[in-house]
Design a protein around this ligand. Structure first.
Ligand code: IVH
Length: 666
């Protein structure tokens, strides 16, 4: 009887471990969570009924341990080294040259992978079972963090496979994926706790817990990057060894690649640098290791780093600088945004001297004061942000930041809606700042695209009283413009030409250019597709507007309000009087062309989104329905179409492909 219980326990463990491996190591789960939970519950039940069969490497034993009083120190049998750094192609080329000369080969093959921004860990396995996990410490002596590390699901408690070495020490990085970091900080903020500054600190803080139950809630991951002590067989190069580790149960980096020579390594560097922000974890560079273990042994070590590997660092994404002051800027819709003026600092590959602070609540959240030293972050193309204050460096004369009581530009009252973080100037187009922004938007590339009409010039034109708003742009003359400072006759003429040629546009661009709150390009396109003419859009009721896909109650309210305000109607009239036009899109013929037809769209379209197709069909007078019935004229089926296609077939409704759709819409 009990023999069969043991059989069941062993089988459950094996199955759960297989699922763990697929989920946490291969990112490729094979069963739904419910199935996994059911297996785990059964295992826990059997182990509590038959405690004699309980073993520490059971997958049920990841979270159970009680808190420690302190971490115990452990010595590393082989020291855990660090890496030398390269910061430029020259550094890397010099490293490669030194190594080639040392081992006397013409070209070196490197095993390349991202440098993960986390905490180094050493995992010791005896006969395939995890017996100890330790931090790097000073490289010789670290701390025993076994109980915490056991809670990390991508750390195998027991290795899989016939060829697992007797004794195996695996080294790697423990890190917190970006998503888990965001969720952890959101939870911290919701409970009025201090958030972590970055995923690395969060990972370190989560590992340094004396209570493993806390670590268990933190969603850490482990990725293997090298082997320490090994008693048993291992392939003779880094890349193959890593794939053995992967088979035995470890997560390895999916970006890992072998590159031969400097040029290939540089191409790898650049490709990862451009992918950096899309990766689900933070990286701070690339680690290059000579792939051949023979070559590694030949090259050896210097003091604390191997001669056969190097970390080529990416430009830092965070730096410390001083806050010189805070400006309050007024945007197109009156939103007042505090902007940090910073002592210029090189971060994320560019010099940054301004960073957005979003709103006053954000200033309060960070606890920012004038004169503070701050951490500035610029990641990828995202606008620079002030992340936190370095309190230890706060000067005695640091001053509180006070928000303006009235609009800093036009002195109008400031409004703040209940529940909204944004404060707004109530001046509307009376406010020069809002007017300037409205003109800038109108002239921008995706709107009327007036070349040469940039921010500075707009500012001068408004300040000099040459234009009051977008309605006045088209009456500007060469003579008026030529009088402006730093504006010759020629550039004045060019600008007037650019303004005149911008008169011919499309209705979509015109609607977008008006700068109606929350009406971006996509919404403008949807409005035109739905209504067809400017008159129809401007006279649409709230009920008509929310019929449009892409338009919700808030946006419908903004559109309605825009066309109710007399000064907006005057501006639109002035623009049309000045000769703005778009090729005739009166859709009388075409509207009729699909009138009375009802279509259903299903599957994925290649040349347009389903929403776009829907709008365009409606624009031609058709109805688009979500379900197939005998009244359906035809179903347009894209790729991977499902049940609607089957229904159409069963009802004998015609099924057309994307090509037919394009023809009908042409
Ligand atoms: S290899 C002898 N590979 O970077 C080889 N290290 O200064 C030793 N690190 O603390 C390290 N990602 O924890 C290697 N893919 C990677 C790495 C990596 C991050 C960390 C490592 C160490 C530091 C080296």
């Amino acid at each position: 009887m009990s023999a069969s219980v043991l059989d069941e326990i062993v089988e459950l463990r094996n199955t759960i471990e297989k699922h763990n491996y697929q989920y946490y190591v291969m990112d490729d789960p094979v069963v739904p969570d419910s199935e996994y939970d059911r297996l785990m519950q059964r295992l826990v039940k059997l182990e509590s009924e038959y405690p004699q069969y309980l073993v520490p490497e059971s997958p049920s034993q990841r979270v159970g341990a009680s808190p420690l009083d302190a971490f115990i120190q452990v010595s590393h049998e082989i020291p855990m080294l660090s890496l030398d750094n390269a910061f430029s192609e020259e550094d890397f080329t010099a490293f490669d040259k030194r190594l080639r000369e040392m081992v006397n080969v013409p070209s070196i093959e490197y095993c390349c992978e991202p440098k993960l921004d986390g905490i180094a860990v050493s995992l010791l396995y005896q006969e395939g079972v995890l017996v100890r996990a330790a931090t790097r410490g000073d490289g010789r002596v670290g701390e025993d963090i076994t109980l915490n590390v056991r809670t990390i699901k991508s750390v195998p408690l027991k290795l899989i496979g016939e060829d697992v070495p007797e004794k195996l020490e695996v080294r790697g990085e423990i890190y917190m994926p970006k998503k888990s970091f965001k969720e952890l900080n959101a939870r911290a903020l919701a409970q009025d706790e201090k958030p972590f500054a970055n995923p690395r600190n969060a990972a370190a803080g989560s590992l340094r817990q004396l209570n493993p139950k806390i670590t268990a809630t933190r969603n850490l991951e482990m990725c293997a990057y090298s082997v320490g002590v090994v008693e048993g067989a291992l392939p003779d190069n880094q890349h193959a060894a890593m794939h053995s580790l992967n088979r035995w149960g470890f997560r390895i980096n999916a970006e890992m690649q072998v590159c031969d020579g400097v040029a290939a390594c540089m191409a790898y560097f650049n490709s990862l640098l451009s992918k950096r922000d899309q990766l689900p974890y933070e990286i701070d560079g690339i680690v290059y290791k000579a792939n051949s273990f023979t070559l590694q042994r030949q090259a050896g070590f210097v003091s604390r780093a191997p001669r056969w590997a190097i970390a080529f660092k990416f430009p830092a994404q965070e730096e410390i600088t001083e806050l010189l002051g805070v400006d309050f800027q007024v945007g197109r819709t009156g939103a007042i945004t505090p902007v940090a003026r910073l002592k210029p600092v090189f971060v994320g590959g560019v010099t940054v001297s301004n960073a957005t602070l979003h709103n006053m609540d954000e200033i309060t959240r960070i606890g920012l004061m004038n004169g503070d030293s701050v951490v500035v972050r610029r990641a990828g193309d995202v606008i620079p942000q002030v992340v936190s204050v370095v309190l230890a460096r706060r000067p005695d004369n640091a001053k509180a930041i006070t928000p303006p009581l009235t609009c800093p530009v036009c002195d109008s009252a400031i409004e703040k809606q209940e529940g909204e973080a944004v404060a707004r100037c109530s001046g509307g187009l009376f406010c020069p700042a809002q007017r300037k922004e409205a003109i800038r938007h109108f002239a921008s590339r995706k709107a009327l695209d007036i070349e040469g009409l940039g921010e500075k010039l707009i500012s001068v034109l408004v300040d000099e009283g040459l234009i009051g708003g977008i309605g006045d742009l088209f009456s500007l003359t060469v003579n008026q413009l030529a009088l402006l400072e730093r504006m010759g006759e020629k550039s004045a003429q060019n600008l007037v030409n650019a303004i005149q040629s911008a008169k011919k546009t499309t209705l979509e661009k015109f609607v977008y250019a008006l700068g109606i709150r929350e009406v971006g390009e996509a919404t403008a396109r949807a409005l035109v597709a739905h209504f067809g003419t400017l008159e129809a859009i401007s006279s649409a009721s709230y009920e008509d507007l929310i019929e449009v896909s892409d338009v919700g109650p808030v946006v419908a309210g903004h559109i309605k309000m825009f066309f109710e305000q007399p000064h907006n109607l005057e501006t639109v009239a002035a623009l049309l009087k000045n000769g703005i036009y778009w090729p005739d899109t009166t859709r009388h013929d075409t509207v009729k062309s699909l009138q009375g037809n009802t279509y259903v769209l299903t599957g994925t379209l290649v040349t347009m989104t389903r929403d776009e197709a829907k709008e365009r069909l409606i624009g031609k007078g058709a109805k688009v329905s979500g379900s197939v019935s005998t009244k359906t004229t035809a179903v347009f089926a894209g790729e991977a179409a499902g049940s609607k296609l089957a229904k159409a077939e069963s009802l004998g409704v015609p099924i057309l492909d994307e090509e037919a759709l394009i023809k009908i819409l042409a």
